[in-house]
Design a protein around this ligand. Structure first.
Ligand SMILES: [Zn+2]
Length: 195
């Protein structure tokens, strides 16, 4: 019965649970952000549209999402908030250590071949796997996305698209990256710069 004493008791229990989950999540976020900031001076990340991620739980007409109500509720309440908090924490931790987090436009990062530069929807046959229709390169789709984000980020750094402040902070080793304009030609990937 709503607003009964039992109902209030249950509500308090649920609130406590949420608090505990929140604390654990924050703890996890802090650890991952600290770890990444220790290991890398430059971090490139996709400029995620968090609102779009929430919307994706509903799926499409052809492919409706499963457990949509739970997922969109969960996304709204937890995941969106957690991503935002995580990036905030990561940026803060990296700045403290003299590192930098650079946001990269996410367009096509999951369907461009990092080897030959061929871009096609067909390259991405499933959520998990990538196979280039031009050169046959196969890789886990997340790895491909990460490689493309890194190259795009390095190109942004090298071409000065970050503006004066951003450029001044960019590690000198980045200067060896060639600018390829708008083309998606692969450039030599410099391995992660460590402290
Ligand atoms: Zn290819």
């Amino acid at each position: 019965e709503k607003f009964s004493s039992n109902w209030r008791k249950a509500q308090r229990e649920v609130a406590k649970l949420h608090q505990r989950i929140g604390n654990k999540r924050q703890d996890f976020i802090n650890k991952v952000a600290l770890d990444l900031s220790k290991k890398h001076a430059m971090i490139y990340r996709e400029d995620l549209r968090i609102k779009n991620m929430t919307a994706s739980a509903a799926g499409t007409v052809e492919e409706p999402g499963h457990n949509v109500a739970q997922k969109s509720g969960l996304n709204r309440a937890i995941l969106d908030q957690a991503w935002g908090k995580f990036f905030q924490r990561l940026e803060w931790k990296c700045e403290q250590r003299g590192g930098q987090v650079i946001k990269v436009a996410p367009q096509y990062t999951s369907r461009i071949c990092p080897i030959c530069g061929y871009e096609s929807k067909e390259n991405r046959r499933s959520q998990a796997s990538f196979k280039c229709m031009a050169c046959g390169y196969r890789e886990n789709a997340d790895v491909v996305g990460a490689r493309n984000i890194k190259v795009r980020g390095q190109r942004m750094s090298a071409c000065g698209e970050l503006g004066e402040v951003g450029r001044a902070q960019v590690n000198r080793r980045m200067e060896t990256v060639h600018c390829a304009g708008q083309q998606q030609e692969p450039i030599e990937v410099i391995s992660g710069v460590s402290h």
